[in-house]
Design a protein. Structure first.
Length: 124
């Protein structure tokens, strides 16, 4: 496995756990699944549709998202919104994320020297 493949595999693993939080945060403003794909991409967290749509169904079944059908256009689309339970979970997960980020900062020897973070997508 070359360096790019190694980084890509670990990047995917790192992002896998953060897609739930990103979706709960983004869907506090109601949106469609396809729109969420675009929003996550623009935010720097690209997700494949075959990952996102099953996740949306799972979050809905757990009561963390609500949905309703928008039939105002020719093709009906499902509109998702973060439920009150989902908002509470997102707040808790975001607190955890910040604690983890602080721990990484403490563990990173270069952070003590004031080194700037590396750019998004930089290879090894």
């Amino acid at each position: 496995m070359d360096e790019f493949e190694l980084l890509d595999a670990h990047r995917q693993e790192l992002r896998r756990g953060s897609v739930v939080l990103a979706s709960l945060l983004a869907l506090q403003t109601p949106g469609y699944g396809y729109g969420l794909l675009d929003e996550l991409e623009r935010a720097g967290m690209p997700v494949a549709g075959n990952t996102l749509y099953p996740l949306l169904r799972r979050l809905e079944s757990q009561g963390l998202l609500t949905s309703e059908w928008d039939t105002s256009q020719a093709r009906p689309r499902k509109v998702y919104r973060t439920s009150s339970d989902g908002v509470r979970l997102a707040e808790a997960l975001l607190r955890e994320w910040r604690l983890i980020d602080a721990a990484f900062t403490r563990l990173d020897p270069s952070s003590a020297t004031g080194s700037a973070p590396t750019s998004k997508g930089q290879d090894l």
